[in-house]
Design a protein around this ligand. Structure first.
Ligand code: ARG
Length: 416
């Protein structure tokens, strides 16, 4: 191959394709995957099919389909998976208060298993033997996509040319020019990004200097807090069994609610996350996310869940939630442990019903009110006013027993 040089080091995995016949390429329409579209047809002499999945990112499916066909794809599949993404993936993330390392709402991570699943379905239906993707060898997405495919279709072969042929951007641009592949942006793209309705991620370029504030041109979903409106705005989110079902009193399908809330919260600068992330492949990387709706919804969900659950449930749920986020980040969406965690999380969420008010103001999302028919809060117990129903006399006896062992241990220490 005159254009790219195959990576020499390392072992090949058993599922890697060396002579694919029919290839389904996960196609975004961007430079990397457009280069792959041609490269796979030429380099491997394979028939090429593409799949583009709409998870609520700003794309034009018809344009992408036309581009794929113009570049020689036998068939260009497009899937509007917004509803499935919201109902099967975002809803689980909400119920699990999913934040990897306490910060990242897993926007990219929860989308990959769905893309893998749809790819496997089409490949099986069309008699395709190989699925190709445009991930590099340094990121998490290769892990998520390949682990998903391997789990669902162990016989499927996988092709990862950007990783295995060391494709660099400048070479790709030259190749695109030589092969007549239209490239939308001629200027070097300053960041590597990924986007769906649960959030946008940006990495590389100026962001690699971890001590420098992200430049304003990173942001697409969120207004900078200092440029956000001076007037706060309160949104009310209604929940039924852990799932957001209404926004400011209006019932909406989850995907519509999320997209509408992205606009409202993003305008107030809510959902900007800048953190040091531990990747699956060992690298530490500085990631910048914009997840306005995810930030507001998770904050609201956590609050309502806490109101309806006992202290023991709340403590244990935190452990389960953390494990859920870890497994999903690591690409193990299809591991059976996920089913078990989901069953517990589902059961806990049965009582997460009610409404939460969140104030949005210059980058902050503050819960300022909540109510639930399952609240374990009782005003007549908690009130400091006269007429409360709490038995204060019981407290002294309780404290005597509660502190018994601590008291004994302290006395032993003093004797020595
Ligand atoms: N670091 C994030 C994650 O692992 C975002 C990855 C974004 N992917 C991309 N191709 N830019 O989920």
């Amino acid at each position: 191959m005159e254009w790219f040089e195959k990576t020499k080091e390392g072992n090949s995995a058993s599922y890697e394709a060396d002579s694919p016949e029919k290839v389904l390429l996960l196609y975004s329409g961007g430079l990397d995957t457009s280069v792959l579209l041609k490269f796979i047809q030429e380099g491997y002499d394979a028939e090429l099919f593409t799949l583009t999945v709409d998870l609520g990112q700003s794309i034009n499916l018809e344009k992408i389909r036309a581009k794929a066909l113009a570049l020689g794809a036998k068939k260009a599949f497009v899937a509007d998976a917004k509803k499935e993404f919201a109902e099967q993936h975002i809803s689980k993330a909400v119920k699990a208060n999913a934040l990897y390392q306490g910060k990242y709402p897993l926007s990219t991570a929860i989308g990959r298993p769905l893309i893998a699943k749809l790819a496997v379905e089409i490949a099986k239906k069309e008699g395709i033997d190989t699925i190709a993707h445009g991930c590099t060898g340094k990121g998490n997405d290769q892990v998520r996509i390949e682990a998903g495919i391997i789990s669902l279709a162990p016989k499927m072969k996988i092709l990862a040319p950007v990783r295995d042929w060391n494709m660099a951007r400048n070479k790709e641009l030259e190749y695109a020019k030589a092969k007549g592949i239209p490239v939308a942006e001629t200027k070097a793209k300053p960041y590597s990004t990924d986007e769906n309705m649960w959030g946008k991620s940006s990495e590389c370029g100026a962001l690699e200097d971890t001590f420098t504030e992200p430049p304003e041109n990173v942001f697409g979903f969120c207004t900078l807090p200092e440029k956000a409106p001076d007037k706060p705005e309160i949104v009310e989110i209604g929940f039924a069994e852990g799932i957001p079902v209404s926004l400011n009193g209006k019932e909406l399908p989850l995907q519509e609610l999320v997209m509408e809330l992205n606009g409202i919260a993003g305008k107030h600068g809510v959902g900007i996350i800048d953190h040091m992330e531990d990747r699956v492949v060992g690298l530490k990387s500085r990631e910048v996310y914009e997840c306005p709706a995810a930030t507001v919804i998770i904050e609201a969900h956590k609050d309502l869940e806490k109101m309806a659950s006992t202290v023991h449930e709340n403590q244990f749920k935190e452990i389960v939630d953390q494990k859920w986020a870890y497994l999903v980040y690591q690409g193990l969406w299809f591991d059976p442990l996920m089913d078990s965690l989901n069953a517990f999380i589902e059961a806990q969420n049965k009582k997460v019903c009610g409404a939460v008010k969140v104030k949005l103001y210059k980058g902050h999302a503050l819960v300022v009110g909540r109510k639930s028919p399952f609240a374990l809060y009782d005003k007549s117990l908690a009130t400091y006013d006269i007429g409360h129903t709490f038995n204060q006399k019981a407290s002294s006896g309780f404290i005597e027993l509660w502190s018994l062992q601590s008291k004994m241990a302290m006395q032993l220490k003093k004797v020595k």
